[in-house]
Design a protein around this ligand. Structure first.
Ligand code: LLP
Length: 427
């Protein structure tokens, strides 16, 4: 399995607290985060730049896990924040996040969302299309206000990852395309706009990427583009997408090595062109929170299909982690009270949702299990809670942060009343 901690009795611990005791106290399903792991990953990203004396911003792509407590941890670590909706802006406001350190991505930001951004002093808006340039221009003109922006460029790089999560290729809904000249046109228009202060360019080529080549190609393309235009950017943002280890088979580079490669490419290219070295921004989401998260479930029913497989069902599923159903994503699960016991069965870990695709782990070797045992799925910290739903009218689980042996509830478990709050009778 991917790395995890155990106590002297050999039970799974998270941030120094026994997983089964968390399950007992807060019930299951439960999202648990090891806050030290989050902090360490944030610090590791920053250290790459600091060691090389580079101007930088590590901006947490908060779509991976967006809660007030998470934004507070980012602020404590002096990490910037990337948001993609009015809801994430509202979460940043609730967390008292320094809004100057927030950037706003997305391919169809509404007028209301853009107003929220500019009226709350959000640092940077990452412009994605011509419609948005004009919309933002009008909103700023009404207020006679200037706004820092980056242009989201589609560099025409295909990252080798699942089709649904590669966004840098030309056939994409995101960004200004380089190959067809849109990017050049967008630069011309925004540089001439008195209300837009163009800091530079931005790209994001995909997610869960294991190979540095795509990042190097994209970074080089961005420098080529601005050079061709005779524009010296203050900022080059190469996005996120650094792959993490979900199962033993995954062997990604350490996230920091991607960053080294990006810095090297931008340094070489700007030196070649005699340009001033820009501030480099990165936007990791998954790499910051993914490895820090654990989903705890209670085992219930079991069905053996003779000669085919066994289904072991737990009390959560696709409502709290849709990634296996949506992307065929793989995870590993361990028995929380005895993770290293020899395996005696191979099962498919299924959820409780009324759908055959509701799977949490496709194939998992486990020791003997019985109803009531706590199962922990590992490396669930990214795109789990943030993509959770109320499908089948299941309330969303609570979120607990653990650090140095102390736990704290940071999102309450949803109640049936919460779920019904917006429903109205039809008369
Ligand atoms: N920056 C931009 C502009 C992005 O679109 C994304 C992710 C990121 C940064 C962060 O990427 P990360 O470092 O987390 O890979 N729901 C999918 C992932 C979708 C990612 C979308 N954009 C999943 O569960 O795998």
């Amino acid at each position: 399995a991917v790395p995890y901690q155990v106590n002297q009795a050999g039970e799974l611990t998270i941030g120094g607290v026994t997983a089964t005791s968390l399950a007992q106290k807060y019930q299951t399903p439960l999202y648990v985060y090891d806050v030290n792991s989050i902090r360490n990953q944030m610090r590791a990203f920053k250290a790459v730049f600091i060691n090389r004396h580079m101007a930088y911003a590590v901006s947490y792509a908060s779509k991976a896990f967006a809660t007030v407590a998470m934004y507070e941890v980012a602020a404590q670590e002096d990490i910037h924040l990337d948001v993609v909706s009015g809801g994430e802006i509202q979460t940043a406001l609730a967390a008292n996040f320094p809004m100057a350190n927030v950037s706003f991505n997305g391919n169809n930001k509404s007028a209301e969302e853009l107003e929220m951004a500019i009226d709350n002093g959000l640092g940077t808006i990452i412009l994605d299309n011509f419609y948005e340039i004009n919309l933002l221009h009008d909103l700023l003109a009404e207020r006679n206000q200037k706004q820092n922006v980056l242009l989201r460029i589609t560099p025409g790089v295909e990252a080798h990852t699942h089709d649904y999560i590669s966004t840098g290729q030309t056939d994409s809904k995101f960004g200004f395309d380089v190959n067809s000249g849109q990017a050049q046109q967008a630069l011309a228009q925004t540089l001439a706009d008195p209300y837009l202060n163009v800091l530079g360019v931005s790209a994001h080529i995909g997610s869960q990427i294991f190979d540095v080549t795509g990042f190097q190609m994209a970074a080089a393309k961005l420098v080529d583009l601005v050079h061709e235009w005779g524009f010296e950017p203050q900022v080059i943002n190469t996005g996120g997408g650094f792959g993490i280890r979900y199962t033993q088979e995954d062997q990604p580079l350490p996230a920091t090595e991607f960053v080294e490669a990006i810095i090297d490419t931008i340094t070489e290219k700007t030196t070649e062109y005699g340009m001033t070295m820009p501030t480099i921004w990165i936007e990791p989401g998954r790499a910051i929170v993914g490895p820090a998260g654990y989903n705890l479930y209670t085992i219930g029913s079991r069905k053996d299909v003779p000669g085919i497989r066994s289904y072991l069902s737990v009390d959560g599923g696709m409502g709290d982690n849709i990634r296996p159903a949506l992307y065929e994503a793989k995870y590993e699960a361990i028995l929380a009270n005895n993770p290293s016991a020899p395996s005696e069965q191979v099962v498919r870990v299924a959820g409780k949702y009324c759908e055959s695709g509701d799977v949490l782990v496709w194939e998992q070797a486990l020791p003997q299990t019985k109803p009531g045992d706590v199962l922990a799925v590992l490396a669930t910290g990214a795109y789990g809670y943030s993509m959770a739903s109320n499908y089948n009218r299941n309330p969303r689980p609570a979120v607990v942060f653990v650090e140095d042996g102390k736990e704290q509830l940071v999102v309450e478990r949803e109640t049936y009343t919460d779920m019904l709050r917006l429903d109205k009778h039809y008369q």
